[in-house]
Design a protein around this ligand. Structure first.
Ligand code: A2P
Length: 303
């Protein structure tokens, strides 16, 4: 029978929803998938359950352009936990939950576009500095900032940015930006340090960094793997790197890069591999500016 309740706001709330308290990460995604498949259209969540991100993964399987359900068809409840009741914390807590639950849970405008923030990063920086003042974080930094944007921050900063995290690997060596950040006192962290060959939009005509014959040759000479050679190159340039792996043997080998040293010639050879090839590109337009979309969703690359 009909099991919807009409709320005073006019919205319909299915009278049976799936509970997620105590559903372990590792199990809750399957539970939500099963529920949606059974016809549940109401999922009850909370940040305090520690599993909203995985709930979001399941929601994204069903709710996204071209998928079975539209956002309006599923009622999602979350809760503001007792650590977030200070009025100053409320919005952020809500945003965190929305992020975890997935892009389709984000508020949208009438034309369907997501309400990404459209504020100047200097204003955001001021708010981040307040986190340092309050002792909530020890250091604050930047990501995807170019040289001019780094300078913009430096010119207003009370707390200097510690790090700029940017895409960096032998095909995008970022030599100028590195130099710029260093002279401004920032460290650089390389994301996609191995060329992110598992990026979902990888195309067959883009060469795979880790299979580059020049790297294979160097690796052979040092009795290391191409990945280890690349990581060693980052380290010798003073760049922090964050190789992603879900494979235990690779997780281990990626740490075993301190027992050898690339010669200046090999370092130079690797510098010469630069193609200024950016693999991670901003694709969403907000008020005419391209921005990076949220990436913690299974369907992130597909539109
Ligand atoms: P996997 O996670 O299946 O082990 P990046 O850090 O640049 O985003 O690159 C991540 C990609 O590189 C993943 O596909 C990951 O595979 C793979 N990868 C990570 N470490 C190594 C390694 N030591 N050798 C080969 N591939 C690796």
């Amino acid at each position: 029978g009909k099991t919807d309740l009409t709320l005073c706001t006019g919205q319909m709330m299915p009278m049976v929803g799936l509970g997620t308290w105590k559903s372990a990460p590792g199990q809750v995604k399957q539970a939500v998938l099963t529920a949606l498949n059974c016809g549940y259209r109401h999922i009850d969540c909370a940040a305090a359950y520690g599993n909203e991100q995985e709930v979001g993964e399941a929601l994204a399987v069903w709710i996204s352009p071209g998928k079975a359900l539209s956002r309006e068809e599923v009622f999602v409840t979350s809760k503001l936990w007792n650590t977030k009741h200070d009025p100053e914390d409320v919005e952020q807590a809500c945003r965190t939950t929305l992020t975890h639950l997935g892009e389709e849970m984000m508020p949208r405008r009438a034309d369907g576009t997501i309400c990404y923030s459209d504020v100047h990063y200097k204003d955001t920086w001021r708010a981040m500095e307040a986190l340092v003042d309050q002792g909530l974080v020890k250091a604050i930094g930047l990501s995807n900032f170019n040289a001019k944007q780094v300078d913009d921050i430096i010119s207003v900063a009370r707390h200097k940015p510690a790090v700029n995290q940017v895409e960096c690997h032998p095909y995008l060596s970022q030599t100028d930006l590195l130099q710029h950040c260093r002279s401004a006192g920032l460290s650089v962290t390389a994301y996609s340090p191995l060329g992110s060959r598992d990026r979902p939009w990888a195309s067959p005509d883009q060469p795979n960094l880790l299979e580059d014959p020049r790297l294979e040759d160097i690796a052979h000479r040092y009795q290391k793997t191409p990945a280890q050679v690349v990581l060693r190159w980052h380290i010798q340039r003073g760049v922090v790197c964050i190789p992603k792996s879900v494979t235990p043997s690779r997780i281990q080998q990626n740490l075993e890069v301190l027992d050898f040293c690339l010669s200046p010639d090999d370092m130079k050879l690797m510098e010469s591999m630069n193609r200024n090839e950016r693999l991670i590109v901003p694709t969403v337009e907000v008020n005419g500016k391209k921005v990076w979309r949220d990436s913690n969703h299974p369907y992130f690359p597909f539109h």
